[in-house]
Design a protein around this ligand. Structure first.
Ligand SMILES: Cc1cc2nc3c(=O)[nH]c(=O)nc-3n(C[C@H](O)[C@H](O)[C@H](O)COP(=O)(O)OP(=O)(O)OC[C@H]3O[C@@H](n4cnc5c(N)ncnc54)[C@H](O)[C@@H]3O)c2cc1C
Length: 323
């Protein structure tokens, strides 16, 4: 049922656009979302790991990212099915224990586990690591299912979705740019950070939560999905190059996966891809206002984690203006 509030055009159907659209429609706005690609999630959002990890991300992110992302797990759980709240695990091979200590110094809200407790949480990792950091308050989603859940929710709320980037913006009360890296046309300080990822299917291994494996050069993470699928990610390359995954990235990700558990050697590779994260110079997502136009962009590696907070900020501006 469409609201009677302001009319809003949201450009871009990635996680930023969809979370903003749903948030505004829930507040009573009449929302139209336009997406230039062939489906919602035609940009970086399609390749994400879907980790909702405010405490682990603090390892490299400023405090405001952690602060603004604390509510994201409950936001996602309230809005889409399939949110898993099993925490996350961080491990390092024996030669890289110094990396585990360093990670622990830069983060909080974790328990340090020995091998027996690691085996309780993840039986398939029994005997493989002496120590781990366990962040029990974290979670994850399958990004593609989450985007589809938001699409359904928006339609239920009376929102419209147009797979067409030429929707005229003149007739709307507000226009919100959520076009990710494409917003560079007007926001020249946006840059791309390329991330390569692989999906494998491996019925021989079961994991109950994302596992980050530290390494001085190529830290990776493995996120379990339904039907024995695992997302393995991700490289961080200062580039807006969106071509296919490179041989180097593929071999580094697969080597690390195999180090986590040798049974992954028999896994079936079902997808290998690259996405480009839209990023501001400080890597912090922002809402910008210019008259009746907003931009909710620069999600960097935090699109799933921070879109709920940035969407709430955009709603505060729009509904605040009405009051
Ligand atoms: C490998 C990888 C792993 C990641 N893992 C995580 C993770 O675990 N957790 C997390 O929180 N984040 C993660 N991220 C980051 C996250 O994916 C991004 O921050 C997020 O997807 C950016 O979302 P967005 O909606 O801003 O941009 P995009 O997803 O790029 O969406 C922009 C959309 O706008 C459309 N568009 C462009 N121009 C127009 C136009 N003129 N009109 C209409 N539509 C237009 C595009 O087609 C696209 O669909 C990861 C990213 C990568 C690449």
């Amino acid at each position: 049922m469409a609201g009677s509030g302001p009319t809003i055009l949201i450009q871009g159907g990635g996680v930023s656009g969809l979370v903003t659209a749903v948030t505004l429609a829930e507040g009573g706005a009449r929302v139209t979302l336009s997406e230039a690609g062939p489906r919602i999630g035609s940009g970086a959002s399609w390749y994400a790991g879907g980790m909702l990890a405010p405490w682990c991300e603090a390892e490299a992110a400023p405090a405001e990212v952690t602060r603004d992302s604390l509510q994201s797990l409950s936001w996602w759980a309230d809005h889409v099915p399939g949110v898993v709240r099993n925490g996350s695990l961080v491990v390092a091979p024996p030669r890289d224990q110094v990396e585990l200590s360093r990670f622990g110094r830069r983060t909080s809200h974790f328990e340090t586990l020995g091998s027996a407790r690691i085996a309780e949480l993840e039986p398939d990792l029994e005997g493989r690591f002496d120590h781990a950091l366990y962040f029990p308050e974290e979670g994850h989603v399958d990004p593609r299912c989450a985007l589809s859940g938001l699409r359904e929710r928006l339609l239920t709320l009376g929102g419209k979705i147009r797979l067409d980037s030429s929707v005229k913006d003149g007739s709307f009360d507000w226009v919100i740019d959520c076009t990710g890296l494409n917003a560079r046309e007007t926001e020249t300080n946006l840059r791309g950070v390329r991330g390569e990822m692989i999906l494998v299917r491996c019925p021989e291994v079961t994991l109950h939560r994302p596992v980050r494996m530290l390494h001085p050069r190529i830290p990776i993470y493995i996120v379990p999905r339904a039907q024995s699928v695992f997302m393995v990610g991700a490289t961080m390359v200062e580039s807006d190059d969106s071509r296919e995954i490179t041989v180097r990235a593929m071999s580094e990700l697969l080597n690390a996966l195999y180090t986590l558990h040798p049974a992954f050697a028999e896994a079936e590779i079902i997808e290998a891809n690259a996405g480009v994260r839209p990023s501001y110079p400080d890597n912090v997502p922002r809402v910008h206002r210019d008259g009746q136009r907003l931009s909710v962009n620069g999600m960097y590696r935090h699109g799933f984690l921070l879109s709920p907070a940035r969407a709430a900020e955009a709603a505060g501006i729009i509904f605040g203006d009405q009051a």
